[in-house]
Design a protein around this ligand. Structure first.
Ligand code: ADP
Ligand code: F6P
Length: 317
């Protein structure tokens, strides 16, 4: 079989480990494997290269993606995807493994409808893909966020300040919830919990009056302007307050062992599925077992349930 592999959407640590696993599993199974550069843009521009085992040496511990990635909004248009399908046909590539988030899955599903055998592999720091318990990149981003929050706690406690820390996640609160829990944040605010600013200000004021010396507030991105929020906290609560946006630092760095292992398992599984003539699906991990889900189901599934962790926050924060 001739198989292509690409990375698309936001880069995530562990994408290289997934590429390595896919390339090596495919070669081991007697396939020819092509790296496709810069996500769907590279498909449209015909940026393909046949990969050998050696092309994926020394990349297991590297963040980012050796294939490059891109966001190509025009891929939503059928005429643009037709160019991609023609380029694949010209090279004789019949199957494509797309590593990325749910936008990438949308593109892969459309290509599948156009006759290309596609498989999705979950690569995003956001952990917002419902067809897997964890996405490749989440563990590393969580580690990075925790390291940063621990450091901010040092300065926040030394100055007796309130520290508001904004973490990524697009519209998913997992990075905030998990990092806030792991770092003992006093308040964790996500899209799921909602931001009740009045309640937050009142609680911080009460804490301060009760003698609490400092506070950590971890908040998901896209909920409010944290710099302005810090000003209002300072004006109302009695705390001096500083805001920090962790930003793109969360996307980089050496992948954790968890991300490497997840990437290795899901990458090989994607190749195995193609050999079983299964496509139009994405792979994931449930209860520590690899599993596949058709794209249309994966994209419309209910979000994962964080009830237990949200209750835990209420008890121990
Ligand atoms: P992620 O894959 O991390 O969610 P994006 O949402 O940016 O990142 O999606 C990655 C790429 O997938 C987009 O830039 C676009 O090329 C493609 N894509 C997203 N949505 C669609 C869609 N509805 N149809 C076709 N392609 C899409
Ligand atoms: O999907 C990964 C992510 O880092 C999100 O957490 C964030 O909202 C978004 O990408 C940022 O996108 P861009 O790289 O286009 O600025």
């Amino acid at each position: 079989m001739k198989i292509g592999v690409l990375t698309s959407g936001g880069d995530a640590p562990g994408m290289n480990a997934a590429i390595r696993s896919i390339v090596r599993s495919a070669i081991q199974s007697g396939d020819t494997i092509y790296g496709i550069y810069d996500g769907y843009r590279g498909l449209v521009e015909g940026k393909f290269k046949e990969f050998t085992r050696k092309d994926v040496s020394e990349i297991l511990n590297k963040g980012g993606t050796i294939l490059g990635t891109a966001r190509l909004p025009e891929f939503k248009y059928e005429q643009v995807r037709e160019i991609a399908v023609k380029n694949l046909a010209k090279e004789g590539i019949e199957a494509l493994i797309c590593i990325g988030g749910d936008g990438t899955y949308q593109g892969a599903m459309r290509l599948h409808e156009m006759g290309v055998k596609t498989i999705g592999v979950p690569g995003t720091i956001d952990n917002d893909i419902k067809s897997t318990e964890f996405t490749i990149g989440f563990s590393t981003a969580l580690n990075t966020a925790c390291e940063a929050i621990d450091k901010l706690r040092d300065t926040s406690s030394s100055h007796q300040r309130c520290s508001i820390i904004e973490v990524m996640g697009r519209h998913c609160g997992d990075l905030a919830l998990y990092s806030g829990l792991c770092c003992g944040a006093e308040y964790i605010i996500t899209a799921e919990t909602g931001l009740d600013e009045e309640k937050l200000l009142e609680s911080l004021k009460e804490d301060r009056l009760n003698g609490r010396k400092h506070a950590i507030v971890v908040i998901s991105e896209n909920l409010t302007d944290v710099y302005q929020l810090a000003k209002r906290v300072e004006a109302f609560s009695g705390y001096e307050c500083r805001a920090t946006i962790l930003g793109y630092i969360q996307r980089g760095g050496t992948p954790t062992p968890e991300d490497r292992l997840l990437a290795a398992r899901l990458g090989k599984y994607a190749v195995d599925l193609l050999h079983e003539d299964i496509s139009g699906v994405c792979v994931g991990l449930f209860e520590n077992k690899v599993k596949y889900t058709p794209f249309d189901q994966a994209l419309t599934m209910q979000a994962k349930d964080n009830k237990e962790l949200n209750n835990l926050v209420k008890k121990i924060s």
